[in-house]
Ligand binder design. Structure first.
Ligand code: GLA
Length: 715
């Protein structure tokens, strides 16, 4: 619900459990008042006071400085000396930016984006209109409300109403000023094969910043940032989060000033973004999700999970049974062989797997990673009768078929590059870098997008497919465009991202029945932008279960279980004394959507039996994992992992626990259950909800991993 109280110029946004409040002051400015649990004490929150060395607004007096007042949006060189959110370059060459509040309106629904991912089905939206009188630029700042998930999204539109060209230099469109408190900053940091490890430090004076300049959201820093009270736990205390619905270059930062105030911001990366706005043109920013919890980081994550499941992921797929795949990559790499695939399919069928996914290597001359990328026609040496006949054979065996593509990229050794060397991103007269022996297509050019989309459509036109894995295997560098004029080169990275989204839209619309899985060298593009098109994402190329524990735990902070593809493989990266067996691997895979990525023709009879049982169990618990509320277990020590997933009606829950640190754990306390219910384990033991909540559940001595599935017995 959004309300405007004209008596004290208060604008209030309420969700189920939170309140966000702002105040229009001196007719021209929008001050930030409050974001937190519902409260009636807003009236006295706004304060003005003089501070030395803080420039003040001359017309109003020394008490009003944009440096000391908390604001909804801050503007470069306008008297706010902290790092500011919005900067434009005026036609006269200076960059001083100051937008004044002009008006606002509240409306049902929201403004949907045509060419970018966004949160669907908002309840209501607040639009605040600002004008920079000197440059003639108008700024529409939006707050869309999603009451049930306790989330608000922020995005904006800039419109140039002057005769001159204005350059947008910085648009950190989500800003949250917090006036007091002791907080830690949480980010999800990592590297290739080590994605999204939780990084948490007490905030210190200055700026703590994460970013991507890679043209994808990156393995290194995920577009997510949270502030948590230092004393808060998974289950208690206050926390705030921002998450970007965007897959390209971003920045997110928390700045603490000496007076104890904190400013959280998120937006496009200022180093790699600029945009020329000509007369009458407009520019829409991507969207940032904001949420608040006063019940620890679990509630923060649950809000984001609910938001992503209800408002980002395609409703057609979000809760539909997910395929349990056998993916060929780790077993075959580029050595795709039709006869072996058919044997895989036969074995997969016996095991209960439902989808065979042919990974890289099925097209063009693609026999290794140096050749053929971008040539989207089937390799007739590998598939003698073509893909259609192969697909028919697979379907006749009662299996579904999936296939791998990487539409944004080419090898220099490819037919497409030979014909169109001008179609890849490059800077004039500068030699470009290779990465994984490949180059990136210039998706600022619609012709390139249309060509690739048409080729892929043509190749799959007759082929029955249920699953497409969409990869993106290098970061961008030397990212100039021969297609764009010199004055628009600063727009290349964002235009490239818009081109990627256009491709996603076209291909997902061309194959509406196909479930797409996102991927980028593992989890290098794991973000809410991609989830708009791909209901799940390949989490990491690291399928070692020990390494996966911290990757999946970090990922769960911002993304639901249903988004996390988790395959059982044979790979081993860790230095555990004993190689983890398939039971342990299955236990870890409970943190995501189960699949297999190994040579199923070589399974021992014992492991075959295990796989068969795992698949049966997975089918039984998958609906709970897709839809339930996840609580990471509170109070664990280093080396311990685990969560409980509780159905929304609290009639069922699953507990998964892993202990790789040899911690002597006897009991695990649970959260989220119905204290009045009686829960029955699979072995028939009955527990009272109250007992599980207060005393927890007892573990056998030296448990390394275990899981329990409980259903309600009776009230
Ligand atoms: C990336 C993906 C892998 C696999 C290979 C194929 O690394 O993460 O899963 O698809 O590409 O080249």
């Amino acid at each position: 619900m959004i309300e405007f109280n004209i008596d004290d110029n208060l604008l209030k946004i309420e969700t189920k459990n939170t309140l966000y409040a702002m105040k229009i002051v001196h007719d021209k400015y929008v001050a930030h008042l409050y974001y937190g649990a519902k409260s009636d004490f807003l009236r006295d929150m706004y304060k003005e006071y003089p501070v030395d060395f803080a420039p003040y607004v001359a017309d109003i007096g020394a008490n009003f400085s944009l440096n000391t007042v908390s604001t909804e949006l801050s503007f470069f060189d306008s008297g706010d000396m902290k790092d500011t959110a919005v900067k434009i370059k005026n036609a006269n060459g200076d960059s001083t930016t100051l937008f004044y509040y002009k008006s606002h309106r509240i409306f049902k629904g929201r403004c949907n984006f045509e060419n970018m991912p966004y949160s669907r089905n908002a309840d209501e939206t607040l639009e605040i209109v600002y004008v920079d009188e000197v440059s003639g630029c108008k700024l529409y700042s939006y707050y869309s409300v999603f009451e049930k998930s306790d989330t608000i999204t922020r995005y904006a539109k800039f419109v140039n109403q002057s005769e001159n060209v204005i350059q947008l230099c910085q648009v950190n469109i989500a800003q949250l000023d917090i006036s007091q408190g002791e907080y830690s900053v949480i980010t999800l940091c990592g590297d290739y094969a080590k994605e999204r490890n939780i990084t948490e430090y007490p905030i210190h004076n200055g700026i703590q910043r994460i970013y991507s300049k890679r043209g994808h959201s990156s393995h290194q820093y995920n577009p997510f940032i949270a502030l948590k009270e230092i004393s808060a736990t998974e289950d208690e205390g206050e926390a705030y989060a921002m998450e970007f619905v965007y897959s390209g270059d971003f920045e997110a930062q928390a700045e603490k000033s000496f007076d104890g105030k904190i400013r959280l911001m998120m937006g496009l990366n200022r180093d790699t973004f600029s945009w020329n706005l000509e007369y009458g043109e407009d520019f829409w920013t991507p969207e940032v999700i904001l949420t608040y919890s006063n019940a620890g980081t679990n509630k923060l994550s649950q809000n984001l999970h609910d938001h992503i499941r209800t408002h980002i992921i395609n409703p057609k797929f979000v809760y539909a049974a997910r395929p349990i795949v056998i993916n060929t990559w780790e077993a075959m790499y580029f050595n795709i062989d039709e006869d072996v695939l058919l044997r895989y399919a036969e074995k997969a069928k016996q095991l209960g797997i439902d989808t065979l996914v042919i990974d890289d290597g099925w097209f063009g001359e693609r026999n290794n990673d140096s050749i053929g990328l971008g040539d989207w026609y089937v390799n007739r040496t590998k598939f003698k009768d073509g893909l259609k006949i192969f697909s028919d054979k697979i379907h006749n065996m009662g299996l579904n078929l999936g296939i791998w593509i990487e539409p944004e990229m080419v090898n220099p050794k490819s037919e497409i590059y030979k014909r169109h060397p001008e179609w890849v991103l490059q800077c004039k007269n500068r030699s470009g870098s290779l990465s994984r022996k490949q180059l990136v297509l210039d998706l600022t050019n619609d012709k390139v997008i249309d060509y690739i989309v048409e080729k892929i459509k043509e190749t799959f036109a007759e082929v029955k497919l249920e699953y497409i894995k969409w990869d993106f295997n290098r970061s961008l560098s030397e990212s100039g465009s021969l297609f764009l004029p010199a004055r628009r080169q600063g727009e290349t990275k964002h235009r490239f991202m818009l081109g990627c989204y256009k491709m996603h839209k076209k291909l997902t619309e061309a194959f509406p029945e196909v479930m797409f899985e996102g991927c980028s060298g593992g989890g290098g593009r794991f973000d809410a932008g991609i989830l708009f098109y791909c209901p799940q994402i390949w989490t990491s190329d690291n399928t070692d279960p020990v390494c996966r524990l911290s990757i999946q735990k970090g990922t769960s902070l911002a993304y639901p279980v249903s988004a996390i593809s988790a395959h059982i493989s044979d790979t081993l990266f860790n230095n555990l004394e004993n190689a983890p067996d398939y039971d342990f691997r299955f236990n870890v895979a409970l943190g995501g959507v189960l699949g297999y990525e190994l040579n199923i023709l070589n399974l021992s009879p014992e492991n075959e039996k295990k796989v068969r049982e795992q698949i049966q169990k997975s089918r039984k618990i998958q609906p709970l994992l897709l839809q339930g509320d996840q609580y990471r277990l509170n109070g664990l020590e280093d080396g311990e992992f685990g969560f409980i997933c509780v159905s929304k009606d609290k009639s069922e829950f699953l507990l998964a626990y892993q202990n790789i640190g040899k911690i002597k754990r006897k009991r695990i306390c649970l959260n989220g259950l119905d204290d009045t219910a009686l829960y029955k384990s699979e072995s028939g033991d009955i527990y009272r909800g109250e007992e599980l909540l207060n005393e927890g559940i007892e573990l056998p001595v030296n448990t390394m991993y275990t899981y329990f599935h409980f259903t309600i017995d009776k009230y």
